[in-house]
Design a protein around this ligand. Structure first.
Ligand code: COA
Ligand code: AMP
Length: 630
């Protein structure tokens, strides 16, 4: 069957389609039906099944002849360390850590926050939680204590598993002071922590609260896999929304297993035993779906890469990893390729490596610009597939189903909707737009298995954020169009979310931080175009009358504040003091107009603007920063 037939088979009978895919999962009790629409427009899948995610990712492979196959390759060009973990070893490690967590009082449904860098133990921690039905919530290492505290208060974890440090090129990031600071800041206090000491930066432990990773496992009885119901949350992953409060995306266990397994062959075209590499971080959804669960569920070998595309040690690192570990399919964000292209525009370094093992490159996380795709195709000599999805969905909404049928690539388009997704372009009134016309991208409900059924402890926010604007649809927050051939084009976000180096960030959250500066009267943060990171946040602040400090001091303090409150990942380094912000007569700040000015794009003078002269002032402030050029 080609793509059209597969898509049609899903359209004709979605439930039969997903029940069929469910056969690839090992159930404790198989589902009797796929969709549960009892609570529509909130939908769930495989609710009456009993299953365990860790069993499907680890134990079943040990039982089915893959015990000695490598499950995880660890490659850390930053520390110079490498290692492998077989499925049998992974089973021993997860069962042991799970046993320790259980002995410390963790039971099914308890939340466990994981704050770890790219080391194999991060996967062991996730799987150990899954083994006993604990709901993990991984927090990216580049977030500051305050962000971690917000997540602690929302998820109310009984335990936190962390490493003593992360390693960034040229610096060790001490995680323990961030963790201690977060626990101090948070209202909710975890009962205990488990700390993985790393040689690169060991830390002190607080007696009675912090347990050493190894000591806590001493002499424990390994834990068996605990069956959970199909709708049991596998994890919560926080992602940026419009406000400073992140959204806790809930991932349901059974749908997640079924859908990820389906994607590994249909989209990434790998078979059990193949090496699959997603160069991302366990703190992001790509890390959850395609460093940890997807490849392991399918019996692939996954690569945990603790490095950067450039500078660790050079722009040839990706090629080295592909060759050395025999990578079949490779997934990363376009920004990584822009970084490599900037360092090695002629692709000289790739000539030192044999990457003939590689079948295709997959890009996602941000818009893939045509230059980058063409360059990657040229130097790598493999197809480059852009695909579009979100934390909320957990896997591809639109992509090129290379394992079913490789469709012709149209550069600039992530190709077509995958089975499970009826993607439509709507106007403001919720009417479908004709082919080729721009509108809001929405998905007809129900969303397929594995996608978010709700937000953690925030059902009303879930409805407000995703369901209320277009009744009967899920609102993606992206705008774009579909062409005559059904190819989708993603053009922009419709909200205040920006995408910096493939990282999803909220300008609203940064504004909340800046507004907290005692000398800031009001502010706006906008996403401006950047040739490396896609977008960068840029802050415009108005100071209080009579402030004694210089503009330069306030700007420096603003940068420091965002780094302290949100973290280095915000990459907030551009800020300028201005006299006034442009607004509509009703007081709405004209952020979109300022983005166009900064990016030197044409813009229409908003009819409702209060005072057009302010736009000239903004332009004058942006020019010295290297923006708003003619
Ligand atoms: N822990 C602590 N700090 C971290 C971190 C982590 N896990 N990850 C990033 N940071 C820090 C960086 O050190 C940097 O700090 P600095 O301001 O002191 O330099 C800051 O956060 C910004 O990081 P980043 O945006 O990643 O920029 P960079 O300049 O370090 O690297 C790229 C730029 C393009 C090489 C890098 O972003 C990259 O490899 N991107 C790949 C894309 C990706 O993984 N996307 C994930 C979704 S698929
Ligand atoms: P995240 O939840 O961090 O994965 O970010 C999801 C958002 O990133 C999407 O809603 C898009 O705005 C953007 N995005 C992800 N993949 C693509 C893509 N292939 N093309 C364009 N934008 C993308």
């Amino acid at each position: 069957m080609g793509y059209s037939e597969v898509y049609k088979s899903w359209q004709d009978d979605p439930e039969a389609f997903w029940m069929d895919q469910a056969n690839a999962i090992d159930w404790v009790k198989p589902p009797s039906r796929a969709l549960n629409a009892d609570n529509a427009p909130l939908y769930e899948w495989f609710t009456d099944a009993q299953v365990n995610a860790c069993y499907n990712a680890v134990d079943r492979h040990v039982e089915n002849g893959r015990a000695d196959q490598t499950a995880i390759i660890y490659d850390s060009p930053i520390t110079g360390k490498k290692g492998t973990t077989s499925f049998a070893e992974l089973q021993t490690q997860t069962a042991s850590l799970a046993g320790a967590l259980r002995d410390q009082g963790i039971v099914s449904g308890d939340r466990v926050i994981i704050y770890m860098p790219m080391v194999p133990e991060a996967l062991v921690a996730m799987l150990a939680c899954a083994r006993i039905g604990a709901v993990h919530s991984v927090v990216f290492g580049g977030f500051a204590a305050n962000e971690l505290a917000v997540r602690i208060d929302d998820a109310t974890p009984k335990a936190i598993i962390a490493a003593s440090c992360g390693v960034e090129p040229g610096r060790v990031v001490a995680y323990k002071p961030l963790l201690d600071g977060a626990i101090d800041l948070a209202t909710h206090k975890p009962h205990f922590t488990v700390i993985l000491q790393r040689n690169e930066g060991p830390c002190d432990l607080i007696a009675g609260r912090d347990h050493d990773w190894h000591d806590v496992q001493d002499g424990v009885t390994p834990a068996d896999c605990v069956p959970v119901s199909g709708d049991h949350p596998a994890y919560i992953l926080y992602t940026s929304g419009t406000t400073g409060a992140p959204k806790g995306v809930v991932r349901p266990t059974a749908g997640h297993l079924v859908a990820l397994q389906w994607t590994m062959k249909s989209i990434y075209n790998v078979d059990p035993g193949d090496v699959f590499w997603a160069a991302s971080d366990v703190g992001w959804v790509v890390g959850h779906s395609y460093i940890c669960y997807g490849p392991l569920i399918t019996g692939n070998t996954t690569v945990v890469f603790e490095g950067k595309p450039v500078g660790t040690p050079d722009a040839g690192t990706f090629w080295r990893v592909i060759e050395e570990h025999n990578v079949r399919s490779f997934f990363t964000a376009p920004t990584a390729f822009r970084a490599i292209k900037r360092e090695d525009p002629k692709g000289k370094l790739i000539k030192n490596y044999d990457i003939s093992c590689l079948r295709a490159l997959y890009l996602a996380g941000e818009r893939a610009d045509p230059d980058t795709i063409e360059w990657a195709q040229k130097i790598m000599g493999v197809p480059v597939y852009d695909h579009w999805w979100q934390t909320e969905t957990g896997y591809t909404i639109a992509g090129n189903p290379a394992g079913i049928e490789a469709l012709p690539v149209k550069i600039g388009s992530p190709t077509v909707a995958m089975p499970g997704y009826d993607v439509q372009i709507l106007d403001d009134g919720g009417h479908q737009m004709p082919a080729g016309e721009l509108g809001a991208i929405a998905i007809k409900l129900p969303l397929p298995p594995g996608t978010l059924p709700t937000l953690w402890n925030a059902e009303e926010r879930f409805k407000k954020s995703y369901l209320n604007t277009f009744p009967g649809y899920y609102e993606t927050g992206d705008a774009g169009m579909i062409d005559e051939d059904g190819y989708l084009y993603i053009m922009a976000r419709t909200d205040d979310v920006i995408n910096v180096a493939g990282h999803r960030l909220s300008t609203g959250a940064m504004e909340e931080v800046l507004a907290g500066h005692p000398d800031v009267a009001e502010c706006a943060v906008i996403g401006v175009g950047d040739t490396l990171k896609g977008q960068l946040p840029l802050g415009l602040v108005c100071t209080n009358n009579g402030t004694q400090k210089s503009d330069a001091d306030i700007e420096a303090e603003c940068i420091k504040l965002v780094r302290e409150k949100i973290g280095p990942v915000a990459a907030f380094k551009l800020v300028t003091v201005v006299n006034r912000l442009p607004k509509t007569r009703s007081g709405k700040i004209l952020r979109g107009t300022m983005v166009n000015i900064a990016d030197s794009k044409p813009y229409k003078m908003p009819a409702t603007i209060d005072d057009p002269v302010i736009l000239d002032e903004i332009k004058a402030a942006l020019v010295p920063m290297g923006y708003a050029k003619e």
